[in-house]
Design a binder for this molecule. Structure first.
Ligand code: MSP
Length: 511
Protein backbone atom coordinates (compact mmCIF):
# COMPACT_ATOMS: atom_id res chain seq x y z
CA UNK A 1 0.00 0.00 0.00
CA UNK A 2 1.22 3.50 -0.81
CA UNK A 3 1.93 5.69 2.18
CA UNK A 4 2.94 9.24 2.92
CA UNK A 5 3.86 11.02 6.12
CA UNK A 6 3.54 14.80 5.82
CA UNK A 7 4.85 17.27 8.37
CA UNK A 8 4.83 21.05 8.78
CA UNK A 9 7.23 22.97 10.97
CA UNK A 10 6.05 23.44 14.53
CA UNK A 11 5.08 27.08 14.85
CA UNK A 12 6.54 29.27 17.55
CA UNK A 13 3.80 30.39 19.88
CA UNK A 14 5.04 33.96 20.06
CA UNK A 15 2.78 35.23 17.29
CA UNK A 16 -0.40 34.41 15.40
CA UNK A 17 -0.82 32.28 12.28
CA UNK A 18 0.24 34.36 9.28
CA UNK A 19 0.71 34.02 5.55
CA UNK A 20 3.95 32.01 5.87
CA UNK A 21 2.51 29.41 8.22
CA UNK A 22 -0.81 29.34 6.34
CA UNK A 23 1.04 28.65 3.08
CA UNK A 24 2.82 25.56 4.48
CA UNK A 25 -0.46 24.37 5.98
CA UNK A 26 -2.33 24.79 2.70
CA UNK A 27 0.32 22.95 0.70
CA UNK A 28 0.44 20.03 3.11
CA UNK A 29 -3.33 19.93 3.52
CA UNK A 30 -3.73 19.83 -0.27
CA UNK A 31 -1.29 16.93 -0.51
CA UNK A 32 -2.93 15.08 2.38
CA UNK A 33 -6.35 15.42 0.76
CA UNK A 34 -4.99 14.41 -2.63
CA UNK A 35 -3.24 11.26 -1.42
CA UNK A 36 -6.12 10.25 0.86
CA UNK A 37 -8.55 10.54 -2.05
CA UNK A 38 -6.22 8.34 -4.10
CA UNK A 39 -6.27 5.60 -1.50
CA UNK A 40 -2.88 6.26 0.08
CA UNK A 41 -2.46 5.75 3.78
CA UNK A 42 -1.55 9.21 5.06
CA UNK A 43 -0.44 10.71 8.32
CA UNK A 44 -0.31 14.47 8.56
CA UNK A 45 1.37 16.17 11.50
CA UNK A 46 1.52 19.76 12.68
CA UNK A 47 1.82 21.51 16.04
CA UNK A 48 3.55 24.15 18.12
CA UNK A 49 7.13 24.79 19.23
CA UNK A 50 6.90 26.02 22.79
CA UNK A 51 10.28 26.07 24.57
CA UNK A 52 13.23 28.44 24.52
CA UNK A 53 14.14 32.08 25.07
CA UNK A 54 11.80 33.52 22.48
CA UNK A 55 8.75 31.97 24.08
CA UNK A 56 9.89 32.69 27.65
CA UNK A 57 10.28 36.33 26.65
CA UNK A 58 6.89 36.50 24.94
CA UNK A 59 5.28 35.00 28.06
CA UNK A 60 7.04 37.55 30.27
CA UNK A 61 5.85 40.37 28.03
CA UNK A 62 2.30 39.07 28.30
CA UNK A 63 2.76 38.97 32.08
CA UNK A 64 2.03 35.26 32.09
CA UNK A 65 3.67 32.11 33.30
CA UNK A 66 5.16 30.26 30.26
CA UNK A 67 2.96 27.19 30.71
CA UNK A 68 -0.28 29.19 30.87
CA UNK A 69 0.92 31.36 27.97
CA UNK A 70 1.80 28.46 25.69
CA UNK A 71 -1.47 26.68 26.56
CA UNK A 72 -3.36 29.74 25.43
CA UNK A 73 -1.45 30.45 22.21
CA UNK A 74 -1.19 26.80 21.18
CA UNK A 75 -4.96 26.45 21.60
CA UNK A 76 -5.55 29.47 19.42
CA UNK A 77 -3.20 28.11 16.72
CA UNK A 78 -5.04 24.84 16.69
CA UNK A 79 -8.41 26.58 16.58
CA UNK A 80 -7.21 28.73 13.67
CA UNK A 81 -6.21 25.67 11.63
CA UNK A 82 -9.52 24.00 12.46
CA UNK A 83 -11.39 27.09 11.29
CA UNK A 84 -9.35 27.00 8.09
CA UNK A 85 -10.40 23.39 7.53
CA UNK A 86 -6.88 21.93 7.77
CA UNK A 87 -7.15 18.15 7.98
CA UNK A 88 -4.12 17.32 10.15
CA UNK A 89 -4.17 13.91 11.84
CA UNK A 90 -2.26 14.87 14.94
CA UNK A 91 -1.32 18.13 16.65
CA UNK A 92 1.83 17.95 18.73
CA UNK A 93 3.01 20.42 21.36
CA UNK A 94 6.66 20.25 22.41
CA UNK A 95 5.41 20.61 26.00
CA UNK A 96 3.41 17.35 25.68
CA UNK A 97 4.64 14.86 28.28
CA UNK A 98 5.29 12.09 25.73
CA UNK A 99 7.45 14.41 23.65
CA UNK A 100 9.48 15.57 26.67
CA UNK A 101 10.03 11.94 27.66
CA UNK A 102 11.10 10.89 24.18
CA UNK A 103 13.54 13.81 23.81
CA UNK A 104 15.12 12.81 27.12
CA UNK A 105 15.36 9.17 26.07
CA UNK A 106 17.02 10.14 22.83
CA UNK A 107 19.47 12.48 24.59
CA UNK A 108 20.41 9.71 27.00
CA UNK A 109 20.95 7.27 24.16
CA UNK A 110 23.18 9.62 22.19
CA UNK A 111 25.07 10.63 25.37
CA UNK A 112 25.68 7.02 26.33
CA UNK A 113 26.91 6.26 22.83
CA UNK A 114 29.53 9.01 23.31
CA UNK A 115 28.16 11.51 20.79
CA UNK A 116 27.36 14.18 23.39
CA UNK A 117 30.22 15.70 25.42
CA UNK A 118 30.72 18.51 27.93
CA UNK A 119 32.96 21.46 27.11
CA UNK A 120 33.71 25.09 27.80
CA UNK A 121 32.78 27.32 24.91
CA UNK A 122 32.97 30.97 24.09
CA UNK A 123 31.21 32.46 21.12
CA UNK A 124 28.91 35.01 19.57
CA UNK A 125 25.31 34.29 20.51
CA UNK A 126 22.17 35.71 18.92
CA UNK A 127 19.29 35.60 21.39
CA UNK A 128 16.75 36.06 18.59
CA UNK A 129 17.97 32.92 16.78
CA UNK A 130 18.91 31.15 19.99
CA UNK A 131 22.19 30.03 18.53
CA UNK A 132 25.88 30.75 18.29
CA UNK A 133 27.23 32.32 15.12
CA UNK A 134 30.68 32.01 13.61
CA UNK A 135 32.14 35.41 12.58
CA UNK A 136 31.90 34.29 8.94
CA UNK A 137 28.15 33.81 9.16
CA UNK A 138 27.57 37.40 10.34
CA UNK A 139 26.83 40.30 8.03
CA UNK A 140 28.72 43.46 9.03
CA UNK A 141 29.19 41.86 12.41
CA UNK A 142 25.43 41.43 12.82
CA UNK A 143 23.03 38.51 12.77
CA UNK A 144 21.75 38.33 9.17
CA UNK A 145 18.20 37.60 10.36
CA UNK A 146 17.80 40.00 13.26
CA UNK A 147 20.30 42.66 12.19
CA UNK A 148 21.47 42.92 15.80
CA UNK A 149 24.96 42.39 17.12
CA UNK A 150 25.33 39.01 18.79
CA UNK A 151 26.57 38.96 22.37
CA UNK A 152 29.86 37.40 23.30
CA UNK A 153 29.22 34.73 25.90
CA UNK A 154 31.35 32.03 27.42
CA UNK A 155 30.01 29.08 29.31
CA UNK A 156 30.17 25.33 29.84
CA UNK A 157 27.74 23.33 27.79
CA UNK A 158 26.91 20.01 26.21
CA UNK A 159 27.81 19.47 22.58
CA UNK A 160 26.54 17.06 19.98
CA UNK A 161 29.28 15.52 17.80
CA UNK A 162 27.63 16.69 14.60
CA UNK A 163 30.90 16.86 12.68
CA UNK A 164 31.29 13.09 13.05
CA UNK A 165 28.37 12.60 10.63
CA UNK A 166 29.27 15.29 8.14
CA UNK A 167 30.87 13.00 5.55
CA UNK A 168 28.11 10.45 5.77
CA UNK A 169 25.46 13.10 5.20
CA UNK A 170 27.35 14.53 2.24
CA UNK A 171 27.52 11.06 0.71
CA UNK A 172 23.79 10.58 1.28
CA UNK A 173 23.05 13.84 -0.55
CA UNK A 174 25.18 12.68 -3.43
CA UNK A 175 23.55 9.26 -3.60
CA UNK A 176 20.02 10.59 -3.24
CA UNK A 177 19.95 13.93 -5.05
CA UNK A 178 16.26 14.59 -4.34
CA UNK A 179 16.68 14.11 -0.57
CA UNK A 180 16.37 17.90 -0.31
CA UNK A 181 14.33 19.65 -2.99
CA UNK A 182 14.15 21.79 -5.03
CA UNK A 183 17.74 21.37 -6.13
CA UNK A 184 18.88 24.88 -5.20
CA UNK A 185 18.33 24.13 -1.52
CA UNK A 186 20.07 20.78 -1.81
CA UNK A 187 23.05 22.61 -3.26
CA UNK A 188 23.00 25.06 -0.35
CA UNK A 189 23.22 22.18 2.10
CA UNK A 190 25.98 20.49 0.07
CA UNK A 191 27.91 23.79 0.24
CA UNK A 192 27.44 23.88 4.03
CA UNK A 193 28.74 20.34 4.25
CA UNK A 194 31.85 21.12 2.20
CA UNK A 195 32.96 23.48 5.01
CA UNK A 196 33.62 22.21 8.54
CA UNK A 197 30.22 22.18 10.28
CA UNK A 198 31.64 21.79 13.79
CA UNK A 199 29.70 20.38 16.70
CA UNK A 200 26.37 21.66 17.95
CA UNK A 201 25.83 23.23 21.35
CA UNK A 202 22.69 21.51 22.58
CA UNK A 203 22.26 22.78 26.14
CA UNK A 204 21.48 26.07 27.85
CA UNK A 205 22.41 26.64 31.51
CA UNK A 206 19.38 27.11 33.72
CA UNK A 207 21.01 30.26 35.10
CA UNK A 208 20.12 31.80 31.74
CA UNK A 209 17.03 29.88 30.68
CA UNK A 210 14.77 27.51 32.57
CA UNK A 211 11.94 27.14 30.02
CA UNK A 212 13.06 23.99 28.26
CA UNK A 213 13.41 20.23 28.53
CA UNK A 214 15.82 19.34 31.31
CA UNK A 215 18.98 17.52 30.19
CA UNK A 216 18.38 14.09 31.73
CA UNK A 217 21.99 13.61 32.82
CA UNK A 218 22.58 17.12 34.22
CA UNK A 219 19.84 19.02 36.01
CA UNK A 220 21.70 22.33 35.71
CA UNK A 221 20.81 22.48 32.00
CA UNK A 222 17.88 22.54 29.61
CA UNK A 223 17.91 21.36 25.98
CA UNK A 224 18.56 23.74 23.08
CA UNK A 225 15.16 24.42 21.51
CA UNK A 226 16.03 23.02 18.07
CA UNK A 227 17.41 19.76 19.49
CA UNK A 228 14.05 19.43 21.27
CA UNK A 229 11.71 20.60 18.50
CA UNK A 230 13.08 18.59 15.56
CA UNK A 231 12.53 15.36 17.45
CA UNK A 232 8.75 15.96 17.29
CA UNK A 233 8.64 14.35 13.86
CA UNK A 234 9.58 11.05 15.46
CA UNK A 235 8.08 11.43 18.95
CA UNK A 236 4.58 12.03 17.54
CA UNK A 237 4.68 8.75 15.59
CA UNK A 238 6.16 6.85 18.53
CA UNK A 239 3.38 8.21 20.73
CA UNK A 240 0.83 6.78 18.31
CA UNK A 241 2.55 3.41 18.56
CA UNK A 242 5.65 1.61 17.31
CA UNK A 243 3.65 0.13 14.45
CA UNK A 244 2.68 3.55 13.16
CA UNK A 245 6.29 4.65 13.42
CA UNK A 246 7.48 1.64 11.41
CA UNK A 247 4.84 2.27 8.80
CA UNK A 248 5.19 6.00 8.32
CA UNK A 249 8.71 7.06 9.25
CA UNK A 250 10.30 5.71 6.04
CA UNK A 251 7.77 7.80 4.07
CA UNK A 252 8.44 11.07 5.92
CA UNK A 253 8.28 14.26 3.87
CA UNK A 254 9.01 17.45 5.76
CA UNK A 255 7.78 20.81 4.48
CA UNK A 256 9.56 23.94 5.65
CA UNK A 257 10.36 27.52 4.69
CA UNK A 258 13.86 28.32 3.47
CA UNK A 259 14.94 30.13 6.66
CA UNK A 260 15.00 26.87 8.59
CA UNK A 261 16.97 24.87 6.04
CA UNK A 262 20.09 24.38 8.16
CA UNK A 263 18.37 22.84 11.22
CA UNK A 264 16.37 20.50 8.94
CA UNK A 265 19.05 19.81 6.35
CA UNK A 266 22.09 19.48 8.65
CA UNK A 267 21.17 19.19 12.34
CA UNK A 268 18.24 16.83 11.94
CA UNK A 269 19.74 14.16 9.65
CA UNK A 270 22.93 14.02 11.74
CA UNK A 271 20.81 13.71 14.90
CA UNK A 272 18.94 10.82 13.30
CA UNK A 273 22.22 9.14 12.39
CA UNK A 274 23.50 9.46 15.96
CA UNK A 275 20.21 8.07 17.30
CA UNK A 276 20.49 5.10 14.94
CA UNK A 277 17.27 6.02 13.14
CA UNK A 278 16.72 5.99 9.38
CA UNK A 279 16.70 9.35 7.61
CA UNK A 280 13.52 11.05 6.38
CA UNK A 281 12.64 10.60 2.73
CA UNK A 282 12.41 14.21 1.51
CA UNK A 283 12.92 17.68 2.82
CA UNK A 284 10.74 20.01 0.73
CA UNK A 285 11.69 23.65 1.01
CA UNK A 286 9.50 26.57 0.01
CA UNK A 287 10.34 30.21 -0.54
CA UNK A 288 9.16 33.32 1.26
CA UNK A 289 6.08 35.43 0.70
CA UNK A 290 6.40 39.18 0.62
CA UNK A 291 3.50 41.64 0.57
CA UNK A 292 3.40 44.23 -2.19
CA UNK A 293 7.16 43.62 -2.50
CA UNK A 294 7.87 44.16 1.21
CA UNK A 295 8.92 41.81 3.96
CA UNK A 296 6.02 41.08 6.29
CA UNK A 297 6.40 41.93 9.93
CA UNK A 298 4.38 42.97 12.94
CA UNK A 299 6.11 46.31 13.10
CA UNK A 300 5.24 47.13 9.49
CA UNK A 301 1.64 46.12 10.25
CA UNK A 302 1.37 44.25 6.93
CA UNK A 303 0.83 40.72 8.17
CA UNK A 304 -1.81 38.65 6.43
CA UNK A 305 -4.06 36.62 8.69
CA UNK A 306 -5.56 33.46 7.18
CA UNK A 307 -8.66 33.97 9.33
CA UNK A 308 -9.19 37.46 7.94
CA UNK A 309 -8.70 36.15 4.39
CA UNK A 310 -11.31 33.50 5.04
CA UNK A 311 -13.76 36.21 6.13
CA UNK A 312 -12.90 38.42 3.21
CA UNK A 313 -12.74 36.13 0.18
CA UNK A 314 -13.33 32.62 1.53
CA UNK A 315 -10.81 29.92 2.34
CA UNK A 316 -10.99 28.28 -1.10
CA UNK A 317 -10.18 31.49 -2.94
CA UNK A 318 -7.26 32.11 -0.55
CA UNK A 319 -5.98 28.56 -1.12
CA UNK A 320 -6.37 28.96 -4.86
CA UNK A 321 -4.41 32.19 -4.91
CA UNK A 322 -1.49 30.92 -2.82
CA UNK A 323 -1.13 27.71 -4.80
CA UNK A 324 -1.67 29.26 -8.23
CA UNK A 325 0.41 32.37 -7.77
CA UNK A 326 3.62 30.80 -6.42
CA UNK A 327 6.11 28.29 -7.71
CA UNK A 328 7.10 25.85 -4.99
CA UNK A 329 10.62 26.67 -3.81
CA UNK A 330 10.62 30.24 -5.09
CA UNK A 331 9.69 33.48 -3.37
CA UNK A 332 6.31 34.98 -4.18
CA UNK A 333 4.61 38.30 -3.71
CA UNK A 334 1.12 38.77 -2.31
CA UNK A 335 -0.52 41.60 -4.21
CA UNK A 336 -4.07 42.72 -3.67
CA UNK A 337 -4.38 43.51 -7.36
CA UNK A 338 -3.29 40.03 -8.50
CA UNK A 339 -5.59 38.46 -5.93
CA UNK A 340 -8.60 40.34 -7.29
CA UNK A 341 -7.60 39.69 -10.89
CA UNK A 342 -7.18 35.94 -10.33
CA UNK A 343 -10.37 35.73 -8.31
CA UNK A 344 -12.47 37.45 -10.95
CA UNK A 345 -10.90 35.78 -13.98
CA UNK A 346 -10.37 32.21 -12.78
CA UNK A 347 -12.94 31.70 -10.05
CA UNK A 348 -15.85 34.04 -10.76
CA UNK A 349 -15.67 33.91 -14.57
CA UNK A 350 -14.12 30.67 -15.71
CA UNK A 351 -15.22 28.22 -13.02
CA UNK A 352 -18.25 30.07 -11.65
CA UNK A 353 -19.76 30.72 -15.08
CA UNK A 354 -19.39 27.14 -16.20
CA UNK A 355 -21.25 25.82 -13.18
CA UNK A 356 -24.03 28.39 -13.27
CA UNK A 357 -24.64 28.36 -17.02
CA UNK A 358 -24.81 24.55 -17.24
CA UNK A 359 -27.22 24.28 -14.32
CA UNK A 360 -29.26 27.22 -15.65
CA UNK A 361 -29.71 25.51 -19.06
CA UNK A 362 -30.51 22.15 -17.48
CA UNK A 363 -33.17 23.87 -15.37
CA UNK A 364 -34.61 25.94 -18.18
CA UNK A 365 -34.71 23.21 -20.83
CA UNK A 366 -35.27 20.03 -18.83
CA UNK A 367 -36.55 21.05 -15.38
CA UNK A 368 -33.09 20.09 -14.00
CA UNK A 369 -33.51 16.45 -15.04
CA UNK A 370 -30.54 14.77 -16.72
CA UNK A 371 -31.29 13.46 -20.22
CA UNK A 372 -29.98 10.21 -21.74
CA UNK A 373 -26.71 10.07 -23.60
CA UNK A 374 -26.80 8.55 -27.08
CA UNK A 375 -24.28 6.03 -28.41
CA UNK A 376 -22.68 8.28 -30.99
CA UNK A 377 -20.47 11.01 -29.60
CA UNK A 378 -19.28 13.90 -31.69
CA UNK A 379 -15.68 14.98 -32.03
CA UNK A 380 -16.42 17.82 -29.57
CA UNK A 381 -17.79 15.38 -27.01
CA UNK A 382 -14.69 13.20 -27.29
CA UNK A 383 -12.42 16.20 -26.96
CA UNK A 384 -14.22 17.39 -23.86
CA UNK A 385 -13.79 14.01 -22.24
CA UNK A 386 -10.15 13.95 -23.37
CA UNK A 387 -9.45 17.33 -21.77
CA UNK A 388 -10.65 16.14 -18.37
CA UNK A 389 -8.96 12.74 -18.53
CA UNK A 390 -5.75 14.43 -19.56
CA UNK A 391 -5.97 16.85 -16.61
CA UNK A 392 -6.48 13.92 -14.26
CA UNK A 393 -3.38 12.22 -15.61
CA UNK A 394 -1.17 15.29 -15.55
CA UNK A 395 -2.25 16.06 -12.01
CA UNK A 396 -0.51 12.94 -10.79
CA UNK A 397 2.84 14.06 -12.11
CA UNK A 398 2.50 17.64 -10.96
CA UNK A 399 1.55 16.60 -7.44
CA UNK A 400 4.57 14.30 -7.23
CA UNK A 401 6.75 17.22 -8.37
CA UNK A 402 5.05 19.67 -5.96
CA UNK A 403 4.14 21.83 -8.97
CA UNK A 404 0.85 23.07 -7.54
CA UNK A 405 0.61 26.02 -9.91
CA UNK A 406 0.87 23.65 -12.87
CA UNK A 407 -1.71 21.30 -11.39
CA UNK A 408 -4.19 24.17 -11.14
CA UNK A 409 -3.26 25.46 -14.57
CA UNK A 410 -4.08 22.05 -15.99
CA UNK A 411 -7.44 21.84 -14.25
CA UNK A 412 -8.31 25.34 -15.40
CA UNK A 413 -7.32 24.33 -18.91
CA UNK A 414 -10.06 21.71 -18.75
CA UNK A 415 -12.57 24.22 -17.31
CA UNK A 416 -11.69 26.56 -20.13
CA UNK A 417 -12.20 23.74 -22.61
CA UNK A 418 -15.67 23.09 -21.16
CA UNK A 419 -16.62 26.74 -21.56
CA UNK A 420 -15.44 26.64 -25.17
CA UNK A 421 -17.44 23.44 -25.72
CA UNK A 422 -20.56 25.37 -24.68
CA UNK A 423 -19.80 28.03 -27.28
CA UNK A 424 -18.91 25.49 -29.98
CA UNK A 425 -21.95 23.28 -29.47
CA UNK A 426 -24.29 26.24 -28.76
CA UNK A 427 -27.09 24.36 -26.95
CA UNK A 428 -28.97 27.66 -26.52
CA UNK A 429 -29.23 27.97 -30.31
CA UNK A 430 -29.98 24.29 -30.94
CA UNK A 431 -32.79 24.28 -28.41
CA UNK A 432 -34.84 26.57 -30.65
CA UNK A 433 -35.14 23.67 -33.09
CA UNK A 434 -37.46 21.03 -31.58
CA UNK A 435 -35.71 18.30 -33.64
CA UNK A 436 -32.44 19.07 -31.83
CA UNK A 437 -33.68 18.79 -28.27
CA UNK A 438 -32.27 15.30 -27.82
CA UNK A 439 -28.84 16.58 -28.78
CA UNK A 440 -29.16 19.49 -26.34
CA UNK A 441 -29.87 16.94 -23.60
CA UNK A 442 -26.71 15.08 -24.57
CA UNK A 443 -24.56 18.20 -24.59
CA UNK A 444 -25.75 19.12 -21.11
CA UNK A 445 -25.19 15.54 -19.95
CA UNK A 446 -21.56 15.78 -21.10
CA UNK A 447 -21.18 19.10 -19.32
CA UNK A 448 -22.65 17.76 -16.08
CA UNK A 449 -20.26 14.84 -16.39
CA UNK A 450 -17.41 17.35 -16.80
CA UNK A 451 -18.59 19.08 -13.61
CA UNK A 452 -18.64 15.77 -11.78
CA UNK A 453 -15.06 14.93 -12.76
CA UNK A 454 -14.12 18.52 -11.96
CA UNK A 455 -15.54 18.20 -8.45
CA UNK A 456 -13.04 15.37 -7.84
CA UNK A 457 -10.12 17.18 -9.43
CA UNK A 458 -10.79 20.27 -7.33
CA UNK A 459 -11.28 18.44 -4.03
CA UNK A 460 -7.70 18.66 -2.69
CA UNK A 461 -7.29 22.31 -3.68
CA UNK A 462 -10.73 23.86 -3.17
CA UNK A 463 -12.48 21.43 -0.83
CA UNK A 464 -15.54 23.61 -0.09
CA UNK A 465 -16.16 24.36 -3.75
CA UNK A 466 -15.77 20.70 -4.61
CA UNK A 467 -18.43 19.82 -2.05
CA UNK A 468 -20.68 22.58 -3.31
CA UNK A 469 -20.45 21.26 -6.87
CA UNK A 470 -21.17 17.74 -5.62
CA UNK A 471 -24.19 19.15 -3.78
CA UNK A 472 -25.41 20.99 -6.89
CA UNK A 473 -25.08 17.76 -8.87
CA UNK A 474 -27.03 16.05 -6.13
CA UNK A 475 -24.26 13.53 -5.50
CA UNK A 476 -24.36 11.95 -2.11
CA UNK A 477 -21.61 13.08 0.24
CA UNK A 478 -18.44 11.02 -0.26
CA UNK A 479 -19.84 9.43 -3.43
CA UNK A 480 -17.19 7.07 -4.79
CA UNK A 481 -17.95 8.04 -8.33
CA UNK A 482 -14.41 9.00 -9.22
CA UNK A 483 -13.74 5.79 -11.10
CA UNK A 484 -16.93 5.71 -13.21
CA UNK A 485 -16.19 5.84 -16.93
CA UNK A 486 -17.31 9.04 -18.64
CA UNK A 487 -21.03 9.08 -19.32
CA UNK A 488 -21.93 6.05 -17.22
CA UNK A 489 -22.50 7.74 -13.90
CA UNK A 490 -25.71 9.74 -14.19
CA UNK A 491 -28.83 7.78 -14.84
CA UNK A 492 -31.47 9.55 -16.89
CA UNK A 493 -33.99 11.01 -14.47
CA UNK A 494 -31.32 12.13 -12.00
CA UNK A 495 -32.24 15.61 -10.88
CA UNK A 496 -29.67 18.33 -10.31
CA UNK A 497 -30.08 21.60 -8.41
CA UNK A 498 -30.84 25.09 -9.71
CA UNK A 499 -27.82 27.29 -10.53
CA UNK A 500 -25.90 29.11 -7.84
CA UNK A 501 -23.22 31.78 -7.85
CA UNK A 502 -20.11 30.14 -6.38
CA UNK A 503 -17.82 33.16 -6.47
CA UNK A 504 -19.53 36.56 -6.57
CA UNK A 505 -17.35 38.96 -8.52
CA UNK A 506 -15.26 41.41 -6.56
CA UNK A 507 -16.31 44.81 -7.85
CA UNK A 508 -13.41 47.18 -8.13
CA UNK A 509 -13.94 50.77 -7.04
CA UNK A 510 -14.35 53.02 -10.09
CA UNK A 511 -11.12 54.88 -10.93
N1 MSP B 1 9.65 26.76 15.43
C1 MSP B 1 10.46 26.79 14.25
C2 MSP B 1 10.28 25.51 13.44
C3 MSP B 1 10.60 24.26 14.21
S1 MSP B 1 10.28 22.83 13.27
C4 MSP B 1 10.79 21.58 14.23
C5 MSP B 1 10.04 27.99 13.39
N2 MSP B 1 8.84 28.50 13.61
S2 MSP B 1 8.24 29.84 12.95
O1 MSP B 1 6.92 29.97 13.50
O2 MSP B 1 9.14 30.93 13.11
O3 MSP B 1 8.17 29.57 11.40
C6 MSP B 1 7.33 28.61 10.89
C7 MSP B 1 7.39 28.53 9.39
O4 MSP B 1 6.86 29.71 8.80
C8 MSP B 1 8.79 28.35 8.83
O5 MSP B 1 8.76 27.29 7.87
C9 MSP B 1 9.05 29.64 8.12
O6 MSP B 1 9.87 29.46 7.00
C10 MSP B 1 7.66 30.03 7.69
N3 MSP B 1 7.56 31.45 7.35
C11 MSP B 1 7.64 32.53 8.19
N4 MSP B 1 7.48 33.66 7.44
C12 MSP B 1 7.31 33.34 6.14
C13 MSP B 1 7.00 34.04 4.96
N5 MSP B 1 6.91 35.36 4.93
N6 MSP B 1 6.78 33.31 3.83
C14 MSP B 1 6.79 31.96 3.82
N7 MSP B 1 7.06 31.25 4.90
C15 MSP B 1 7.49 31.92 6.04
O7 MSP B 1 10.83 28.41 12.57
Amino acid sequence: MNRIYLTTPLYYVNGDPHLGSAYTMIITDTLARYYRANGWETFYLTGTDEHGDKIAQAAAEAGMDPKAFTDQVSTSFRAAWDTCGITYDHFIRTTDAYHVRYVQELLTKVYEAGDIYFDRYGGLYCFGCERFYTPKELRDGKCPDHLTEPESIEEENYFFRMSKYQERLLRHLEEQPDFIRPEGFRNEVVAMLREPIGDLCISRPKSRLTWGIEIPFDQRYVTYVWFDALINYVSALKYKGEQLFQKFWPEAQHFIGKDILKPHGVFWPTMLMAAGLPLYKHLNVHGFWTREGQKMSKSLGNIISPLEMKEKIGMDAFRYFLLRESVFGQDADFREESLTARYNADLANNLGNLVSRVLAMEEKYFASIIQPLGQAWTKEDEELRGAFLQAEKELKRYMADLAFHRALETIWGAVDHANRYVVRTSPFVLFKDPAQRGRVGEILHHLLEAMRVLSHLLAPFLPETSNEIKGLLNLSEGATSQQSPWGSFFLPGHKVKPPKVLFPRIELPAE
